[in-house]
Write a protein that binds this ligand. Sequence first.
Ligand code: GLN
Length: 460
Amino acid sequence: AHLDQISAVDDTIGSFLHVDGAKALAQAATVDEDRAAGKALGPLAGVPIGLKDVFVTRGTPTTAGSKILEGWTPPYESTVSARALAAGLVVLGKTNMDEFAMGSTNENSAYKPVRNPWNHDRIPGGSSGGSASAVASFETPLSLGTDTGGSVRQPAAMCGLVGMKPTYGSNSRYGVIAFSSSLDTPGPFGRTVMDTALLHEAISGYDPCDSTSIDAPVPGVVAAARKGANGDLTGVRVGVVRELGGDGYETGVMSAFEAGVQTLRDLGATVTEVSCPHFSYSLPAYYLIAPSEASSNLARFDSVRYGLRVGDDGEASLEEVMSMTREAGFGAEVKRRIILGAYALSSGYYDAYYGQAQKVRTLLARDFTAAFEQVDVLVSPTTPTVAYPIGAKVNDPLAMYQGDLCTLPASLVGVPAMSLPVGLAEDPADSGGTPLPVGLQIMAPTMADDRCYRVGAALE
Ligand code: GLN
């Protein structure tokens, strides 16, 4: 049924870069055989899933949304997708994304844009736009994305889904094509908090293949979602982040968010306003740190090791071949970030830019520590606006970056954060148009991902 839905809608929506129906059906048949043989099956056995094309998958093409990896078929499997397979999930294919996960709209995919299933003229959010649109358009019930600065939470908000960025280090980065290694975090999308919790639990946990993986048991997020579903938040302290709201936020977004906060009060939570004074520095800090790490990570695409090789006519030097390959293989946003990052890391500028941005990270961590002494979770809108029209910000990267305001603090500090639907709002520039989804973000302390699920399940 899901493969049929993909055939019916994906020419329009563009969620998938690669679908392997035969492989999916064969995998599903294995689950059926196991069931017939009386084997114990987990709750997700036989459930379809889409994987962002940033996860390397053995024998299935993987591009990270880039022309530089076109035609590359990995010889190994990422840890999180291997765990999804081990749980019996059936992989339908690889989902569309901004090239190397750089973007907030999915317009930076080298292959095709993604259309928001709620309104086809609008962006789905990014960079995991295809993973979000695939779930929102009923092509798959579950998907996996990666969140470096908001790339699961932001498209989840814009497509009306639940999206989770787990604690940094609790989900393995092994086999995840690197963007910014100190931030990259695989995370699940679902239509409900419980669906998302089941996938979260199936893929999380220590992995010796990732040197930043946390060697500690992951909190029971399924149990937390079950507990939250009783709708009782008595004793839970919720902090509304003063710096994430108000000016620059659409009024429809603010009213849906405030209605969500009122529901939390009605469910018994104590709600107070909390100030996190350094949150406004997240944006400049992130847009130095992420491009710096990207400029280093993307050095491996050198025309020798993987994918594209341009201009190798026997006359050109190795350096010329590398240069021609990178010129042809990388898109404009990726080049912008490589240049920015290489500049920020260069001698004489390192302390002024990268070093300074790392200090901001420490200040942000202190803001979170102080806040979590007063409250159990922090909440904010997930994005300042609803999904905007495709093309609206394509020539103005700074305007696009502004959309990441609310998601960046949790990324820079590594704490867990969820986005879940909290209502619909009109785009103020399109009054009378289709109302679009609004997301509410719930942030919790490191390794307290369960709190996001408890509060999320109560609010849903
Ligand atoms: N929108 C942010 C960026 O462009 C975040 C991307 C992400 O989380 N992968 O870098």
